[in-house]
Structure formats: C-alpha cells, structure tokens
Design a binder for this molecule. Structure first.
Ligand SMILES: [Zn+2]
Length: 292
C-alpha cells in the first residue's frame, strides 16, 4: 500500500507539465462561461458556493490555499470582491486578476421606490436611498453583455496559454454564436408576452429587463427587506398590475414574497440568477416572466 502511495506521489510530482490550468471565478454562471471557452484545458473553481449571495461572501481559508495555486482569477466586479481580491493578490504574485466586466457600461441600480407617486408622503427619513446610483453588478444576466465577458475571458486564457490561442478563439466564436441565438430566443419569448412587469425579491434582473424592454419591481428596498408600509405598497402594485407571479431566489428570504403572493392571489416562483446551468436557466427565466 505504502509503495502504491509513493508511486502515486511520484506520478503527481512528475505531472505538472501536463497539469491543467487552475482558474477561479466568483460565481457559478462564470464557470459556465469559462468552460465554453477553455473546455478541458482548465479546472474552474467557483468561489461563492450554491445558496450563498456573492454580495456578502468571504473566502474560506481552504479557498485561499487553492487561490494560491491558481493562475487566473476572473472577477465579476461585485463590490464585495474588492476587499479580498487585494488580499489574494498579496498571497499569490502569479495570480492574474482579470476583470470580466472590462468595457461594459454599468446601469445604475434602479430606484426601487417611486416616492413621486406617493400620496404626498413626507420625504424625510429616506436615508436608505443613499445607495441609489450604485452600479448594478448583475452583468451576467444579459446574453449580449456575456458576449463582452466571454471576449475578456478568451483574451486572458490566450495570454496565459498562448499555445492554445486558436483553440480559445474558435471556442469564443462558437459561444458567441450560441449567445446570439439565445438573445433572439429570449427576445421572441418576451416580445410575445403581455407581461412586461415582474416583481422579484432581489433585483438581479435589471440588465435583463433593460435588454428585453421589461420592468423589474424589486421587493427588496436598497438591499433591505421592505418595512410594513413598503410591503403594503408592493401589495398594491402587484394588485394594480395584476401580477400572477412573484419571484424569489434561493439565496434570499422568501417571506415577503410569500406575503405579497398570499395577499394578491399570485403564486411564488423561484428563479436563480446564480444557476450553474446558465443557458437553460436564462431561457427558463424568460418563460417564467412571460408566464409560460
Ligand atoms: Zn444580486
């Protein structure tokens, strides 16, 4: 047995020349993007595990060790990344941090609460509107913006592994074509639908809404659960708009969504902005919003 272990160690030590590139991404959809381009040439590690929110994640010590052995970190430019990316850069000088949002013009987080429409309600005490104007980090939920992210990913892989540049370029072209088809499919589904407004707990779908001329109504108010008065307004909106579905996601509370659904007779449907099965998920979300 010991001999076998020693033998295996020898093989592992001899292997580095053929070892796959280790790369990190922040969220599961990015793993999907990198794998479309790198295929079997890289092992992709996801920092934020399923069920956690990327907006409040801290890397675990074990992940810091894995990061120390990686060649590329593909950031999505979520504000929470900034704090520990510096830490990681200090641990591993060879780790290339690639901002996959390079060249993408960010939308601002929507103002969730239209006080202009409120019935002369007093405006003070609205400190929580300070976050209004913050750049929306959810750039992975628009196929057209994913084309730009894929380009950045392919460029970084080609730079780290120039021998396979043609391979990465060909895969990028194939993936871009898939994204064009997906974009057209989603456009067709959403255009054919009468539902143009959708209500969701965490406002992840701003780019998606902009792209397909939909309106996202957030249950969360600037990152916080709605207060009772705000919840009452959301119930009014849902009734007024005759919303049949209120969306929730696995990483956040379902409580308020369930309350709104109960009060309005709508049903609760889960949509996951962090699904690892990105492409199918995007289509399913489009269908869910369209009420299919
Ligand atoms: Zn989010």
């Amino acid at each position: 047995m010991r001999k076998l272990v020693l033998f295996m160690c020898a093989v592992l030590i001899a292997a580095p020349a053929f070892a796959k590139m280790k790369v990190f991404v922040t969220i599961a959809p990015q793993k999907y993007f990198v794998e479309q381009i790198a295929k079997d040439k890289a092992d992709v590690f996801v920092l934020v595990p399923a069920g956690s929110s990327p907006h409040s994640y801290e890397p675990k010590p074990k992940q810091m060790t894995e990061l120390a052995q990686s060649s590329i970190y593909f950031s999505i430019s979520d504000p929470s990344e900034q704090a520990w990316l510096k830490k990681i850069a200090g641990v591993n000088k060879n780790l290339k941090i690639v901002a996959t949002d390079k060249g993408i013009k960010k939308r601002q987080m929507a103002e969730h609460h239209h006080h202009d429409e409120d019935e002369g309600e007093e405006e003070h005490g609205h400190e929580h509107h300070d976050h209004e104007g913050m750049a929306d980090p959810h750039i992975w939920l628009d196929p057209v913006l994913v084309m730009a992210q894929a380009k950045n990913i392919a460029a970084a892989l080609s730079q780290a592994d120039p021998m396979n540049k043609n391979f990465y370029t060909a895969n990028l072209n194939g993936f871009t074509n898939n994204l064009k088809v997906l974009d057209q499919q989603i456009a067709r589904i959403t255009q054919a639908s009468k539902n143009k407004k959708f209500m969701v707990f965490h406002p992840s779908w701003g780019y998606f809404a902009d792209r397909y001329k939909l309106t996202q109504v957030s249950v969360e108010i600037d990152g916080k659960s709605p207060k009772p008065a705000e919840l009452a307004k959301l119930i009014d909106t849902a009734k007024h708009e005759k919303l049949k579905t209120i969306f929730a996601q696995p990483q956040f509370s379902k409580k308020e969504v369930e309350t709104i659904a109960k009060e309005t007779g709508a049903k609760v449907v889960m949509i996951d902005p962090l699904s690892a099965d990105w492409e199918n998920n995007m289509l399913n979300v489009a269908k869910a919003i369209a009420g299919q």
